[in-house]
Ligand binder design. Structure first.
Ligand code: WTA
Length: 677
């Protein structure tokens, strides 16, 4: 008790009011088939056994030369894993499976239009296509190990084929999310120093064939202004042999990949043995300020980590059909559509389009058609599916054994719908907390070992040892009931190596805050700052409250935006909720609440009052929102995250800034009109 009182005086505390949910247990059937069902894994991966425990993950891979040093800390905090090892990621994801599984489907591709057939690409076909593309990149593109190439590809098999072709040569790929603008692509071309840009002419989204090629013209022009010349633009065609974009091809610069590939028919390229710590790819992520950060991921450490976590957390077996609905343009897609599953010789599903196109049953029909049994998506998609078709899953004959949620905290109400309706009460759920920077999962339950708890990500992964600090750097013990800054005490193989070209920013952003000695070469002195706020329950489960910046301080009480939003979702009418701080003379700030409703419900003053009442009931009067704005939709990023910054600007009548990269910029005008009159 005494300990708790001391901690409660800290500035770092966030009042955590939300109730602990009860446990849900995996079925005996699930446990019987699980890849990891032995508790002792947590001992094997304890801090005492660090870093040697990660040999287990490295041994899931085939090495051209085995490594000699598991962790080299001499350049702290730029850690090097599996030093001395030589390896090729393309070989590990393709070639090594041929002997036994050349005939197995590697990729099930589902085009968005209903009248187009699914494509099933075997490992043999993947091998052929990756080799021919690698030959093209090397001999036509002039690319060699260590060069960077920017990809701006939509969801289709060409994307992993291009990634694996790069990996085969040791070329560092930097894929830009297809939905991003030409400007975003240009920024990444410049930062990474790419002189080749690989794109596609067009792709489907919500029934429309979008001209994607025009973005590359914009990207090339903008990059040139910044001094980065793009020599070649390689254009895959959505329909090989037919050009589906309106923008003209530029002579001597733009080439159709399908045409050029004909010159490389039958070519085989030996996978280049790379150093384990050479970079595999860059993945740009935006912070709250400044230009996007190019997170540099290694070959050996990253691949070992995503293979291990795909096996033990995703529980992928050779006979499973695995569908992760993320876009490959995000880290989730890199780690858990492409590299992790393919390293395990899985069958992975790639869907081109929108999960609710042309209706809310589409996703479940895909699951039924392919007999998908492992499903992976984000709370934003779950909320959308729940909003548009709460009763749809029951209409289709599929059964998931396993489901994942990733990307933001999931409200317990939404979790329960996912479990009951999508999982039909049988699938286990893992809530995986991690980041672009971390390569793979940080916290999650191991599905056959730890029970689930709605709203909690669970304990640290084996070999990941989280710690929560307050603002003074004092450790907050488990069960303290207050939240702080969650850090990871130790390095792990999946962690990014640095920010491309900006080591100082890397150290400042992620390590400076709690570093015990900047000259130290001991990993113990360098806790990794995730930038998230979290609370650790008595049972060692972590509940993530969101980014540290998303905390609202009302009259000196720090409230997590997520807990207020979760409370709003207790009202049955509410589909989505977003809370923003609104300036108040006395309280500092007050929460201002935005909600959207499930179909069939109408906005009214009574309903707004009811929602406000639910929040007071769940959390207390301190959290009572100033207003409850019932809006038709939330402003969202292309990856589906609600843009609280934009809503905050609307509430506070400040500049909303550039909203053109949002998925739905038009909603900003509409909401502004509603709020500001
Ligand atoms: C948030 C996505 C709660 C968190 C893999 C993190 C989550 C940021 C969860 C990284 C989760 C991700 N529960 N919050 N299961 N997963 N987050 O880089 O704030 O796109 O720091 O990586 O998303 O987002 P990123």
């Amino acid at each position: 008790m005494a300990e708790k009182e001391v901690i409660e005086t800290s500035e770092a505390q966030i009042a955590v009011h939300w109730k602990e949910e009860g446990y849900y247990y995996p079925s005996t059937d699930f446990i019987a088939q699980a890849n990891m069902s032995c508790e002792s894994v947590y001992d094997r991966f304890s801090l005492d056994n660090f870093p040697n425990c990660f040999k287990e993950y490295a041994d899931l891979l085939d090495w051209d030369e085995y490594w000699h040093t598991i962790l080299d800390t001499s350049d702290a905090p730029c850690w090097k894993w599996f030093v001395g090892g030589k390896i090729n990621a393309s070989y590990n994801c393709v070639d090594r499976h041929l002997a036994k599984n050349k005939n197995k489907t590697a990729i099930h591709y589902v085009p968005e239009p209903l009248d187009e057939k699914y494509e099933h690409i075997t490992y043999q076909e993947l091998y052929v296509r990756v080799n021919e593309m690698a030959a093209l990149l090397r001999d036509f593109g002039g690319l060699k190990a260590g060069d960077r190439v920017t990809l701006h590809l939509p969801m289709g098999p060409e994307l992993p084929i291009t990634m694996l072709a790069c990996a085969r040569l040791g070329v560092i790929h930097s894929q830009v999310f297809g939905g991003f603008s030409g400007k975003a692509a240009a920024d990444r071309v410049v930062d990474s120093g790419s002189n080749i840009l690989i794109t596609q002419d067009a792709y489907y989204r919500s029934g429309k064939l979008l001209d994607h090629k025009k973005k590359s013209d914009e990207a090339v022009a903008l990059a040139a202004k910044e001094g980065q010349k793009v020599d070649k633009v390689l254009v895959w065609q959505r329909y090989p042999g037919k050009y589906s974009a309106a923008t003209p091809m530029v002579d001597g610069r733009d080439y159709f990949v399908n045409d050029v590939l004909k010159d490389y028919y039958g070519k085989r390229i030996d996978p280049v043995p790379m150093n384990a710590e050479d970079p595999l790819f860059l993945m740009y992520t935006s912070g709250t300020t400044g230009k996007p950060k190019g997170c540099q991921h290694s070959i050996g450490g990253y691949l070992a980590y995503v293979a291990g976590t795909s096996k033990y957390v995703q529980d992928i077996h050779p006979e499973d059909v695995y569908w992760c609905m993320a876009d490959i343009g995000w880290i989730t897609g890199h780690s858990y559509i492409v590299y992790g599953p393919l390293a395990l010789c899985a069958s992975t599903v790639i869907y081109e389009g929108v999960p609710t196109y042309p209706d809310a049953g589409r996703s479940w029909r895909i699951a039924q058609d392919l007999d998908v049994n492992i499903f992976h998506t984000a709370p934003t998609a779950i909320r959308a599916l729940r909003k548009l078709g709460p009763d749809e899953p029951a209409k289709y004959d599929y059964q998931f054994k396993h489901m994942t949620t990733v990307g933001e905290p999931i409200e317990p109400e939404v979790w329960k719908w996912y479990h009951k309706e999508v999982g039909k009460g049988k699938a286990i759920i893992v809530d995986t907390w991690w980041q672009t920077e971390t390569g793979g999962f940080l916290c999650s339950t191991l599905p056959a070992i730890k029970p689930m708890k709605p709203g909690s990500a669970g304990p640290g992964m084996p070999g990941i040892h989280p710690i929560i600090y307050d603002d003074e750097g004092k450790e907050l013990p488990r069960g303290a009931g207050i939240a702080g800054n969650i850090c990871i005490q130790n390095p792990w193989p999946g962690a990014f190596q640095t920010i491309w070209g900006d080591r100082d920013r890397f150290v400042d952003t992620y390590y400076a805050r709690y570093c015990k000695d900047p000259n130290s070469k001991n990993w113990q002195d360098w806790p990794y700052l995730t930038g998230d706020a979290a609370v650790e329950a008595e049972d060692g489960y972590y509940r993530i409250l969101g980014r540290i910046d998303d905390v609202i301080n009302v009259s000196g009480h720090r409230l997590g935006t997520k807990e207020i939003e979760s409370a709003a979702l207790v009202a049955v009418e509410v589909a989505e909720a977003a809370v923003v701080p609104m300036k108040h003379e006395i309280k500092g700030v007050e929460p201002d609440l935005y909600v959207s409703l499930k179909p069939g419900y109408e906005a009214s003053d009574e309903l707004a009052k009811k929602i406000s009442g639910v929040i007071v009931e769940e959390i207390g009067a301190i959290a009572r929102p100033r207003n409850v704005w019932i809006v038709p939709d939330m402003p969202k990023t292309r990856s589906g995250k609600i843009m609280r910054r934009v809503l905050g600007a609307i509430s506070n009548k400040t500049n909303v800034g550039d909203v053109m990269t949002l998925a739905n910029p038009e909603i900003v005008t509409e909401v502004t009109k509603m709020v500001q009159g």
